[in-house]
Design a protein around this ligand. Structure first.
Ligand code: HEM
Length: 222
C-alpha cells in the first residue's frame, strides 16, 4: 500500500484510525495516571511535581507534537469516514435493521467524536493554553492544581466535563475493540477478550477522570 492510499482508501483510513486511536488510548492511560495523583489529597503536591516534570521535559515536548498530530489525523480521518458513510447511505439504517445488529454508539462514532472534540477545545482552553502562555510570558508554569480548583468551582464546567466524559466512554466502548480488530485480533478466540478489556477500559478511565471535577467541586479534594 502506498502512503497516499493510507489517507484516501477505505482500508488505509481504517488503519490510520486504528493506529492513531491506540496512540490516543496510550495517552489517556498516562494522562489519567498523572491526574490520579490528586486523589492522594496532599494539596496537589505530588500532582504538581509530576505535571512540572512532564511540562518541562524536552522529550515530553517532542511527544506532545506527536500527540497533536495524532489527534488531528484521527479527527480529520474520522470526519472523512463519517461523511463518506452518510453519502453512501442516503436511506437510513432502520430500513435494513442495522439497529438490531449493532449498538447505537457504534453507529454514532462521528457524532461522539465531534462531542469529544468540542470538549477537548474547552479543556485545552482551560488548562493547556493558559499554562503555555504563562510559561512563555513568565518563564514558569502555572500551579495546575490551583487551576483545577478554580476551573472546577463552576458547576457548568463540571457538567460540560461530565458530558465530554460520557461521550468518551461510549466512543471507547466501540473504538477500543475496533482498533484491535483492525490489527488482526479478530478470531473467535480473541474477540471476547478484546471486547471485555475494551468495555472495562471504556468504563474505568472515564469514571476516574469524572471523579476529578466532581471531587474537586465538592471540595473532597482540596
Ligand atoms: C476531567 C479530567 C481531566 C482533567 C482534570 C485534566 C487536566 C489536564 C491538565 C491539568 C492538563 C495539563 C496542561 C499542561 O500541562 O499544560 C491537561 C492537558 C491535556 N489534556 Fe486533560 N484532563 C482531563 C481529561 C482529559 C481527557 C478526557 C482528554 C482527552 C479526551 C484530555 C486531553 C488533554 C490533552 C490533549 C492535553 C494536552 C497535553 C499536553 O500537555 O500536551 N484531558 N489536562
Amino acid at each position: 500500500m502506498k502512503w497516499r492510499q493510507l489517507f484516501i482508501s477505505p482500508v488505509g483510513r481504517k488503519i490510520v484510525m486504528a493506529f492513531t486511536g491506540l496512540f490516543l488510548i496510550l495517552f489517556l492511560v498516562v494522562h489519567v495516571t498523572i491526574n490520579a495523583c490528586i486523589f492522594l489529597n496532599d494539596h496537589g503536591k505530588t500532582f504538581n511535581a509530576v505535571a512540572h516534570f512532564m511540562g518541562t521535559n524536552i522529550l515530553i515536548h517532542f511527544l506532545e507534537i506527536g500527540l497533536f498530530v495524532g489527534f488531528i489525523l484521527h479527527i480529520i480521518q474520522g470526519w472523512m469516514i463519517w461523511a463518506s458513510n452518510s453519502k453512501k447511505r442516503p436511506v437510513k439504517y432502520a430500513v435494513w435493521g442495522a439497529s438490531a445488529n449493532s449498538h447505537w454508539y457504534s453507529r454514532s462514532m462521528g457524532l461522539l467524536g465531534t462531542l469529544i472534540f468540542i470538549f477537548l477545545v474547552i479543556h485545552l482552553a482551560n488548562f493547556w493554553v493558559p499554562n503555555r502562555y504563562h510559561y512563555i510570558t513568565q518563564g514558569e508554569e502555572l500551579n495546575l492544581f490551583e487551576r483545577m480548583k478554580l476551573i472546577f468551582s463552576s458547576p457548568i464546567i463540571v457538567l460540560i466535563y461530565l458530558g465530554g466524559l460520557v461521550s468518551l466512554s461510549y466512543h471507547l466502548m466501540h473504538g477500543f475493540q475496533s482498533a484491535f480488530r483492525t490489527f488482526g485480533m479478530n478470531s473467535k478466540r480473541y474477540i471476547p477478550i478484546v471486547r471485555g478489556i475494551g468495555i472495562a477500559f471504556a468504563i474505568i478511565v472515564p469514571v476516574l477522570f469524572a471523579l476529578m471535577p466532581i471531587l474537586v467541586y465538592l471540595k473532597v479534594i482540596s
